[in-house]
Design a binder for this molecule. Sequence first.
Ligand code: 13P
Length: 254
Amino acid sequence: MRQKIVAGNWKMNLDLNEGITLFNEVAAFIAQDITGSQQAIVCSPYIHLSALTALAKGNTKLSVGAQNAHQAESGAYTGEISAKMLTSVGVTYVILGHSERRQYFGETNELLAKKTDTVLKHGLKPIFCIGETLQERESGVYFDIIKQQLVEAVFHLEASEFSKLVIAYEPVWAIGTGVTASAEQAQEIHAFIRKEIAAKYGQAVADGISILYGGSCNPKNAPELFAKPDIDGGLIGGASLKARDFVDILKVFN
Ligand code: 13P
């Protein structure tokens, strides 16, 4: 059985105290409500990571992730954070390729291939984001775009390394808009992603990879989305800032 995962992407929200409070609430609701083997991940801003990994220590149901990492090992990159720094504070996951990083910070598939190599080398598990814009969906090229993102950013990996990835399908038009992809639309793309992985790495690898849906996912629409055979969980933005909503989404897998 593939790992069911609900990851929260806090984006650039919450100061340190607010983040600690939210994380403690999430942990308390998980302890109270979660009966299955599903995994929760909280991807916070860098500032929170040390404090949150200390709070998550020994918690088998709740892990901590970062939202980005630099591709270089170290050096003169003012303001950046390396993969080694992340592992040194106990982080296990890192989001790479989020559409906001692609859009506002110019991250390309080529750069993301380098970032993926670096974070894997340091033992971090990438939550690798792919997805099409509204224009790409409307012009019908979205399958090509998604395939290109996979081919250019992660299909250079050996199967043993690729197997460490979590893939997140996030249609850009559904992020922070309140518009969710229908369960059928999401399933169609998730099945396509899994088919492409199978063609490249074989069915066993494809069957083992968790593919998350992201884009205005909430406690109301999560049950229908997560019931689809190729949707293994969610990458949650806005709703991850409310402990009750986040854990209610996770609870769908009980
Ligand atoms: P929203 O859930 O706020 O639409 O954000 C999705 C997202 O970008 C998660 O990475």
